[in-house]
Design a protein around this ligand. Structure first.
Ligand code: SF4
Ligand code: SF4
Length: 395
């Protein structure tokens, strides 16, 4: 209902404090590509002063939904909700780009997802992966040899049991970053947690929600809530903040309250206190994904965790660093802006000559890793928990 949109949009006092924090405004200098401008466009559409023309829709589509504007807004404008609702009401579903349709098919249709996993396994085993990594698709492929077998529903700790934790692995985790799922299980088990991976869990719904299909996103939410229901869990940990940020905003408040970024969970529970970590004399840049800092607001956990690695030199990126340009399917739909933003990020990062860049969102990881590879840099891009897992001293 446009009335909902108007109520949210009218909270904006047009102060402009969000403008310096907006990556698309910084790149273009165009007010229509700023949060204030986009809110004004939605406001005009909702009050019947402007039609949803292709130009207006393009300004909205160019938004990364990084929500940096929301974080700094003194009037608490719920910018993310405003744009999601606008898209649901004003954007015809037929506008869905082909790349996104393919991605949606892969994340929602289990046979297609399984087929992609099998194809990747074959591709890796054949050695072709060392030779052919074509274009945009190649950007998303995991390194050869990362594939894993089927997962169990429960991984029991071999230590004194401190609690029960659900692991939300995300629809693309198994396909693109199985190493982080393995690492999460290993670290949680070492820390004394039984780890549950209910088979019924599915996509968090981020792609649908942000592309105007709130009904389908709602259906996925119900499936996930049901999958973890009845397990008496202390928490449901997320290994991708892009998923975690959506799960945290599910309307089922009981489920949403249980969602926590895995690094934040481990840091809050002081879960590594009894785990011996091997020293790592290396320079580590810590990248905080927008979904982790602007939506979940749990970026401290990864820092606290990595500080526990002896001899590691931690280099957190300054707050002024904007979105890397990944932003879900944005990197496929807006490759030029996505490339420009990741170039900015790497310029900053390269000055430190780090050995590792760690990030808590799989989308950011694949986008940054592709750019690192393009430049022929030696820096490794991985999840904080994967780095921690590799440092656990095993006897
Ligand atoms: S969104 Fe918030 S910070 Fe930005 S112009 Fe409106 S009131 Fe100001
Ligand atoms: S969500 Fe990000 S890209 Fe979109 S208007 Fe806000 S700051 Fe700009």
């Amino acid at each position: 209902m446009p009335a909902d949109l108007l109520a949210d949009a009218e909270r904006c006092v047009k102060c402009g404090l969000c403008l310096p924090h907006c990556p698309t405004y910084n790149k273009t200098g165009n007010e229509n590509e700023s949060p204030r401008g986009r809110i004004a466009l939605v406001q005009a559409w909702a009050s019947d002063s402007l039609p949803a023309s292709p130009r207006l829709l393009a300004h909205i589509d160019n938004c990364l939904l990084c929500r940096a504007c929301e974080r700094v807004c003194p009037a608490d404008v719920p910018y993310g909700r405003l744009i999601d609702r606008f898209r649901a009401q004003a954007s015809p579903a037929t506008r869905t780009p082909m790349a996104l349709r393919l991605l949606l098919g892969m994340v929602h249709k289990r046979p297609l997802n399984r087929a992609a996993q099998k194809a990747l396994a074959l591709y890796s085993a054949s050695g072709l992966a060392n030779w052919i990594r074509p274009g945009q698709i190649g950007r998303l492929l995991p390194a050869p040899g990362q594939r894993r077998g089927a997962r169990k529903k429960l991984y029991r700790t071999m230590h004194r049991v401190k609690g029960e934790v659900g692991l939300f692995k995300g629809c693309l985790g198994e396909l693109l970053d199985p190493a982080t799922i393995d690492a999460a299980i290993t670290v949680l088990n070492h820390a004394g947690y039984n780890v549950h991976l209910p088979a019924g869990q599915t996509c968090c719904g981020a792609l649908d929600l942000h592309h105007g299909d709130g009904d389908y996103a709602e259906k996925l939410a119900r499936t996930n809530i049901q999958a973890f229901d009845g397990l008496a869990l202390n928490a449901v940990v997320s290994i991708a903040s892009g998923c975690g940020s959506v799960l945290r905003e599910y309307e089922h408040s009981g489920f949403a309250a249980k969602i926590v970024d895995i690094s934040q969970f481990l840091a809050q529970q002081d879960a590594l206190a009894e785990i011996e970590l091997r020293p790592l004399p290396a320079r580590i840049v810590l990248h905080s994904p927008c979904s982790l800092k602007n939506v979940m607001r749990q970026e401290r956990g990864a820092l606290q965790l990595l500080e526990m690695i002896p001899e590691a030199q931690l280099l957190p990126l300054p707050d002024a660093c904007h979105c890397c340009g990944s932003a879900g399917s944005y990197m496929l739909e807006h490759p030029e802006m996505a490339q420009a933003l990741v170039d900015d990020l790497l310029r900053e990062v390269c000055a430190w000559q780090p050995d590792f860049l760690v990030t808590s969102n799989i989308g950011c990881a694949v986008h940054i890793a592709a750019a690192v590879k393009q430049r022929g840099l030696a820096m490794q891009v991985l999840h904080p928990v994967t780095l921690i897992s590799g440092q656990i001293r095993r006897f």
